[in-house]
Design a protein around this ligand. Sequence first.
Ligand SMILES: N[C@@H](CCC(=O)N[C@@H](CS)C(=O)NCC(=O)O)C(=O)O
Length: 239
Amino acid sequence: MELWTTATPNGWKVSIMIEELRDAGVDLGELTVRQINLAKGEQHTAEFSAHNPNEKIPVLIDEGLSIMESCAILQYLAEKYPTDLLPQDHRRWDVMPWVYWQAANVGPVFGNKLSYTRYMDSIPEEAKAHPLERFGTEALRLISVLDGQLRKHPWVGGHTFSIADIALYPWVRAWKWSKIDITGAPHVMDWLTRVRQRPGVSRGVAYGAPPGEEEHWSEERKAQYRRSGNKITNPASDD
Ligand SMILES: N[C@@H](CCC(=O)N[C@@H](CS)C(=O)NCC(=O)O)C(=O)O
């Protein structure tokens, strides 16, 4: 099995999944992790595009399949290696809608909020005001939906940790970096702490992160993300 990834929220979904499966006792066999340098445009090579025509990480290559989309990879791994991360019975329908909800809502909205907040330096401030307002308001609405769900039970899909938690955690934990103030959502804040305490999650977010910077980034790393984010959102820039 080969994973093409890098240290970003969509990449961490899959690395957390791998580590959680290991903690559930699954033998994944041989796994090669290949770091893709997005700032250098390695996602746009012919080789990459042959495996993922959408030219974004992550990609999982396994048994002759090339699987794009982080949430599809979570589902693929959960079905290949059945564990509580995706219940086999009717409870899977407490989980799967939240995985789709993440892919269709939280990912794009938080991703856009982050891009307009930290990257896209070439766009004038006044042009950013509307998207910042639009994505910022929608991000808070989504957080309040999530807070309502987590008021009912400790994990997103119910009483067991699942791929719904894995899909959501890397985006929600970046709330400070995206400047989305979630402190008014106490159940989400408690859930972040609960998720973070899991050893598999801890190892998963360490993929591609310098030691000691899994949770709190150094100024140097923040600058590196800014440079890289600017480069991806504006490939014509010289930086
Ligand atoms: N919906 C996709 C989104 C993937 C995605 O946006 N990946 C980003 C990194 S988090 C990427 O590869 N960006 C490079 C680019 O846009 O050129 C998924 O969940 O896999």
